[in-house]
Design a protein around this ligand. Structure first.
Ligand code: IPE
Ligand code: IPE
Ligand code: MG
Length: 238
């Protein structure tokens, strides 16, 4: 019985925007004597389960970290395996559309294969009128890269220096127009941001857990949200 159903979110308020670092796939596989690729396959299933759950409980925004600007450092066969999983997901994204989930990709698509870029665009366009969960998938995303990108845009647009505010920058990030993440979840026992949402996370609440991403279930998410509801967010005030 899920703790959070649309009807009781008023009593147990959901964060507006949850972000997740989907980490620990490799270690999950290693523990089972399986190749790292098996961990990514399992992690992709968890992603779908959690996204559907977030949609069901009425969450507004979910942003997941799927591939970072630093992940290209991995062996080419691992990167290829992740890209193939992305292809599978994109071809299957029709399912999400039927579930009224709006998909958007954040990150720099430039180095991605052309067929992936086309599928990404198709999925974004195909789901743009969905009114349920707004799902952001971070692919070739890096917080520093995003800021460099934003600075270049500001210069390219010729924005006068005296007019540059925090909003000028926020408006040129991949997350332009979205609320900052209220709550960032990182499973797998690592206590770092790994370049995720650097600007947007200024006042995010963090939640860490040793659970490896393929083992992460809606129950863990419920527990995390319960913890979130006990936090006292002050934003620098009293
Ligand atoms: C996260 O799992 C998936 C990606 C970064 C693409 P990892 O592959 O980083 O798993 P660990 O951290 O090695 O266990
Ligand atoms: C962060 O995990 C990126 C994703 C989950 C996509 P990493 O596994 O790449 O992070 P580090 O290397 O442990 O910091
Ligand atoms: Mg990792």
């Amino acid at each position: 019985m899920p703790l959070f159903k649309k009807k009781n979110t008023a009593e147990r308020p959901l964060p507006r925007h949850i972000a997740i670092v989907m980490d620990g796939n490799g270690r999950w596989a290693k523990k089972r004597g399986l190749p790292r690729s098996a961990g990514h396959v399992s992690g992709a299933k968890t992603f779908k389960t959690i996204a559907r759950y977030c949609n069901k409980i009425g969450l507004e925004y979910l942003t997941v970290y799927a591939f970072s600007t630093e992940n290209w450092k991995r062996p080419p066969e691992e990167v290829e395996g992740i890209m193939n999983l992305l292809r599978d997901y994109l071809k299957d994204a029709e399912n999400f559309k039927q579930e009224n989930i709006r998909v958007k990709f954040i990150g720099d698509p430039t180095p991605l294969a052309d067929d992936i870029k086309e599928l990404m665009k198709k999925d974004e366009d195909g789901s743009k009128n969905a009114t349920g969960l707004k799902l952001n998938i971070a692919i070739n995303y890096g917080g520093r890269d995003e800021l460099v990108h934003a600075v270049k845009k500001i210069i390219d647009e010729g924005v006068p220096m005296g007019e540059i505010t925090e909003q000028t920058i926020s408006d040129r990030l991949y997350t332009a127009g979205m609320p900052d993440p209220d709550f960032i979840i990182r499973p797998s026992g690592e206590y770092r941001t790994s370049n995720y949402l650097l600007w947007q996370s200024a006042y995010s609440e963090y939640w860490f857990s040793d659970v490896l991403w393929p083992d992460f279930t809606p129950k863990h998410l419920e527990k995390a949200i319960e913890d979130y509801n006990r936090r006292n967010r002050r934003f620098g005030g009293v």
